[in-house]
Ligand binder design. Structure first.
Ligand code: NDP
Length: 283
């Protein structure tokens, strides 16, 4: 059994990215820029935004945080997004979620131009992913999962991948990416019957549910590649969706929580911002 070290891979990728960003500056005089919009005073969101901005600095991306008042109207937010959309110096736009209740998040996200949608949540980017278009900006956590597995030498072709969870931000896009890598994919959700009968068939099992230790040792087969995207905070501790101690007895490869999938998410955001800037140089 080998434990996938997400922190290490993330660190390696950030070093590689810093080099690529330096090249972009030298060859094209272009420094990638990410604009993050945060509305209100949610403490967790403020921490996430600070972490993103610190990570940008580390690899040489310019980051700008636009902090809007809790009472910002939809029209005011729309106008800020439109301004960033037409600003040629901005390569990536990220709206920190959740937004205050009076704001329609779907509408706000839909205004971000496809080429600046570094979260990869827009219908256009999801549509491109569905068509296996390499030009898509991919949702960060699913992209991070595939990158982790590739860097640990996983051969996807013909493998049965079971994804537990069908959200727009993790489950569905990771299932599509596994399909793109030639896996045979099964998607499970809260209405799935006999979950363990299906998870036991998985060569690659990805779990993105949000329930502590839903997947136990007797629900997986010997040699499984187990990827746990779950982040469940219980009494100040973080747990995954898989019972690591049990599942790791059977797994060939497994991601821990914390330190597995989690560290990859911001790294893939940095990658998307670089990729968005790089594409502009080809225009
Ligand atoms: P959602 O709540 O949006 O989706 C959860 C999914 O799990 C749904 O599709 C739901 O099914 C399914 N589900 C719920 N209960 C069961 C069950 N008993 N059996 C099978 N499926 C079930 O969550 P997210 O996708 O946003 O997040 C999932 C987890 O990943 C969370 O712990 C979250 O914190 C974490 N996460 C981690 C990230 C990272 O950076 N590492 C980034 C994003 C999320 P149905 O559709 O039927 O309701």
């Amino acid at each position: 059994m080998e434990i996938i070290d997400g922190k290490l891979v993330s660190c390696e990728m950030r070093k590689e990215l810093a080099g690529k960003i330096e090249e972009l500056k030298e060859n094209f005089g272009k420094t990638p820029k990410l604009s993050v919009v945060i509305v209100g005073n949610d403490p967790a969101s403020e921490i996430y935004v600070r972490n993103k901005s610190k990570a940008c600095e580390e690899v040489g991306i310019i980051s700008e945080t636009i902090k809007l008042d809790e009472n910002t109207t939809q029209e005011e937010l729309d106008s800020v997004i439109c301004g960033l959309s037409s600003d040629k110096s901005v390569d990536g736009i990220l709206i920190q979620l959740p937004l205050p209740r009076h704001i329609d998040a779907k509408r706000a996200l839909s205004i971000i131009p496809t080429e600046k949608d570094v979260d990869g949540f827009s219908s256009d980017n999801i549509g491109k992913l569905t068509q296996f278009d390499d030009d898509a900006l991919l949702a960060c956590t699913p992209h991070g999962i595939i990158e982790l597995l590739k860097r640990y030498g996983v051969d996807f072709c013909g493998k049965h991948a079971v994804v537990v969870g069908r959200s727009n931000i993790v489950g569905k896009p990771v299932a599509l990416l596994l399909l793109k890598e030639n896996c045979t994919v099964t998607i499970c959700h809260s209405k799935t019957q006999n979950l363990s009968e299906i998870t036991k068939q998985a060569d690659i099992l990805v779990c993105a549910v949000g329930q502590k230790h839903l997947i136990k040792e007797d629900m997986v087969k010997e040699g499984v590649i187990a990827v746990d995207a779950g982040i469940n905070r219980v009494d100040g501790k973080i747990y995954g969706d898989m019972d690591f101690d049990g599942v790791s007895k059977k797994a060939a490869l497994i991601t821990p929580v914390p330190g597995g999938v989690g560290p990859m998410t911001i790294t893939m955001l940095l990658y998307n911002t670089y990729f968005a800037a790089l594409r502009k140089t080809n225009e």
